[in-house]
Design a protein around this ligand. Structure first.
Ligand code: ZN
Length: 240
């Protein structure tokens, strides 16, 4: 069985939806965005190998290659948050490609303090990267053709979680803030239910056609259509 199902959501966005039996996150790849020889951006590369001994990174690399995307041409890795299942593969991809890494400052501080408990909990070595810059609330100007993505600070699942919003395409990449009919856990260190509720309230005001959550809670992995997206927001608000 294929471990990642590849979905092309727009001209330059591929979503790699995790299909394995063990845990791993969904990965998004923005292609051909950055200036220079390393134009691709990976959002949440995920695990290297997970608790079920599945070759998560090998599968991602192969899935990207099948879309003509060489992982070595990655110039930037964006983490929605610092949990092991979203950023364990940061170091190895950065070594292969020379990619820089970014996350919010709040999340980076958390990762190097309280967040270490999560790596102990899962008996994993924390990655050793240093972000080149920090993600801030607002427009992140990335590209050669003025490609912009909005960063939205959405704490709750983790203290510095961010969501990424592609305004023109109306695509919202949510990490572990919301899923299909579900929300991110807040019982891990750094979790805060009241903050999560506020974050989700803010997200629900956006004009969104597609939600790409960090994990699969429905077969297709992506919530499609404004109506479905709104219905999902209404449903997840009932968790609070
Ligand atoms: Zn998480």
């Amino acid at each position: 069985m294929k471990l990642h199902n590849s979905i092309k959501l727009s001209d330059n966005l591929y979503c790699y939806i995790w299909q394995g039996t063990g845990n791993n996150c969904n990965t998004c790849v923005l292609t051909g965005i950055l200036k220079g020889a390393k134009p691709h951006i990976i959002i949440d590369p995920g695990h290297i190998i997970n608790e079920a001994r599945e070759d998560c990174l090998g599968s991602l690399e192969a899935a990207m290659a099948s879309n003509g995307i060489n992982i070595e041409d990655t110039g930037l890795i964006i983490n929605t948050h610092s949990h092991p299942d979203h950023c364990e593969a940061n170091d190895i991809i950065a070594r292969k490609s020379g990619a820089s890494i970014t996350m919010s400052e709040e999340e980076n501080t958390f990762r190097l303090t309280t967040g270490l408990q999560l790596y102990e909990l899962f008996d994993m070595e924390p990655p050793h990267f240093t972000p080149l810059f920090y993600l801030k609330e607002g427009s992140l100007d990335l590209g050669k053709d003025g490609f912009k993505v909005s960063v939205i600070l959405t704490p709750g699942h983790s203290p510095g979680s961010v969501c990424l919003y592609l305004e023109k395409e109306k695509i919202l990449i949510t990490g572990d803030v919301i899923f299909y009919m579900s929300v991110g856990r807040t019982d891990f260190p750094g979790g805060d239910t009241a903050l999560l509720e506020k974050s989700i309230q803010r997200l629900s005001l956006l004009d969104v056609e597609y939600v790409v959550p960090g994990h699969n809670t429905e077969p297709n992995g992506v919530i499609r259509g404004k109506q479905q997206v709104q219905r999902n927001f209404e449903a997840v608000k009932m968790f609070f």
